[in-house]
Design a protein around this ligand. Structure first.
Ligand SMILES: Nc1nc2c(ncn2[C@@H]2O[C@H](COP(=O)(O)OP(=O)(O)O)[C@@H](O)[C@H]2O)c(=O)[nH]1
Ligand SMILES: [Mg+2]
Length: 438
């Protein structure tokens, strides 16, 4: 029998030392946590019978809850008693060196065991390097298998429903959200040809975009535009104000900005106010906002321009809902830039999740490369779309929203982008094709 003590900072490295030094047949006789790491006593060519008389009861150091299998636990307990003292000396000697010590002398006297530094720990077999390697390999194999199955499933769906998979790819080209791609490709399952399939897909998409069917400005009231910095809130406020002034004159409209702390922030709005001949007020906190809105009670339309989505901006925006109690209901529109990436739009929606939103304005349609992100956001949130803007000119570049126009433009832009490759479609959707039935 060859017995050896090992010390390492953690179980994984301790087991590796045992394996490297004594080989795969090594038996762990005891293991425990000591100052600075784990101590393991291990043996090869181990004869359990030799140690059997050493004890008949479990050692307090290892009894119960060690996680060692029942058949291994008994020898571990006996051995731990036999070797505990010697191993502790060796621990102290090698704790700083951090390397395995030489074979212990079985004849060494058994010193007192300090309970606070010696706690039994379970052998964490899952950390065994051989098991870790095997697990990695199984994971890799599973990945390969899943990939193969996904390709087979996607290939099968392509054979059985070519119009559906073609529609899926075209929706992918539009950069629509994955879940929505599957939903809106479904009409293609029953179409007769490719053109009919695509028409039906676009019709389903159009029907799903919530469109505000009334002309918001004609109702008047207090309208606040919120959204992240730079999306076009101030410009849109000016466009809406100008649109109103052109129809109803300047007398009944006023502008308010809560964007008061950035240098020059409200000058932009002041300039538009001067050009349009309408008053502009600044309100920087809930109280001044309430007072300002009360003082503008005689106006038919009040447009509030806000800053962005910093904590301060959001706190103030969240106050809009409470203004209804003060007799001034505020309708809040989220301004989304069509140029924003899907992840940025998702972040914006998260930031404004505490705000009651009454609808949306989509800006910068003239600069967008794809509209899948903004379509996904509108459909996902069921935000009624009120206006769309497509340029910097005030007041020309704003239109009442038409879901059909937005979807047509999305399809038009998508044609300039590459179709997603079949392999990437298989990887994204192959695993979910089992449920596709006509
Ligand atoms: N191309 C284009 N630019 C726009 C549009 N709307 C606003 N902008 C520009 O975007 C920039 C930021 O607009 P601004 O209204 O200050 O954004 P805010 O920070 O949300 O108030 C300005 O240069 C605007 O002229 C649009 O529909 N198309
Ligand atoms: Mg602004």
């Amino acid at each position: 029998m060859k017995v050896k003590r090992f010390f390492a900072p953690d179980m994984r490295r301790a087991i590796k030392q045992v394996r490297d030094t004594l080989g795969a047949d090594a038996v762990i006789l005891s293991n425990q946590q000591v100052e600075g790491g784990i101590e393991i006593i291990a043996a090869v060519d181990y004869d359990e019978g030799l140690l059997a008389p050493a004890t008949t009861s479990s050692s307090p150091a290892t009894a119960g809850g060690t996680g060692v299998p029942a058949d291994a636990a008994a020898p571990v307990s006996r051995a731990a008693r036999t070797w505990a003292g010697a191993s502790r000396d060796a621990t102290q000697a090698s704790a700083t060196a951090g390397t395995p010590s030489g074979p212990e002398s079985p004849g060494a006297p058994e010193p007192e065991v300090r309970a606070e530094t010696r706690r039994p720990v379970a052998v964490d077999w899952s950390q065994d390097p051989a098991i870790v390697a095997m697990r990695d390999e199984i994971r890799e194999l599973r990945g390969l298998l899943e990939n193969q199955l996904a390709h087979l499933a996607w290939g099968d769906t392509r054979r059985r429903h070519p119009l559906y998979t073609e529609a899926m790819r075209r929706l992918g080209q539009m950069e629509l959200d994955s879940g929505l791609m599957e939903r809106f490709a479904r009409p293609a399952l029953t179409a007769r040809d490719s053109d009919e399939a695509w028409r039906q897909v676009l019709a389903a998409l159009t029907a799903a975009v919530p469109e505000a069917r009334d002309e918001l400005l004609d109702h008047g009231g207090v309208l606040a535009l919120v959204g992240s910095t730079g999306v076009g809130k101030t410009t849109s406020v000016a466009k809406l104000a100008a649109r109103y002034v052109l129809r109803h004159g300047a007398r009944h409209v006023a502008l308010v900005t809560t964007d008061s702390y950035r240098i020059g922030a409200h000058e932009q709005l002041m300039t538009y106010g001067r050009l349009l001949g309408i008053p502009v007020q600044v309100a920087s906190d809930p109280k001044s906002l309430r007072d300002t809105l009360s003082s503008l009670a005689d106006k038919r339309l009040v447009l509030i321009d806000t800053a962005g989505m910093s904590q301060r901006d959001l706190r103030l925006t969240e106050q809009f809902a409470t203004l209804a109690d003060a007799g001034v209901p505020v309708r809040t529109l989220l301004v989304l830039s069509a140029t924003a990436h899907a992840s940025v739009l998702a972040e914006t929606l998260r930031a404004f999740s505490g705000v009651v939103l009454d609808g949306a304005i989509v800006t910068k349609l003239d600069e967008a490369a794809s509209l899948g992100g903004v379509l996904s956001a509108l459909i996902g949130q069921q935000l009624p779309l009120h206006f769309m803007t497509d340029g910097q000119r005030v007041p020309e570049d704003i239109q009442v929203a038409r879901a059909g126009d937005l979807v047509d433009q999305a399809a038009e832009l998508a044609r300039k982008l590459a179709l997603p490759r079949e392999e990437s479609m298989a990887e994204r959707f192959g695993g979910q094709q089992a449920h596709v039935h006509v």
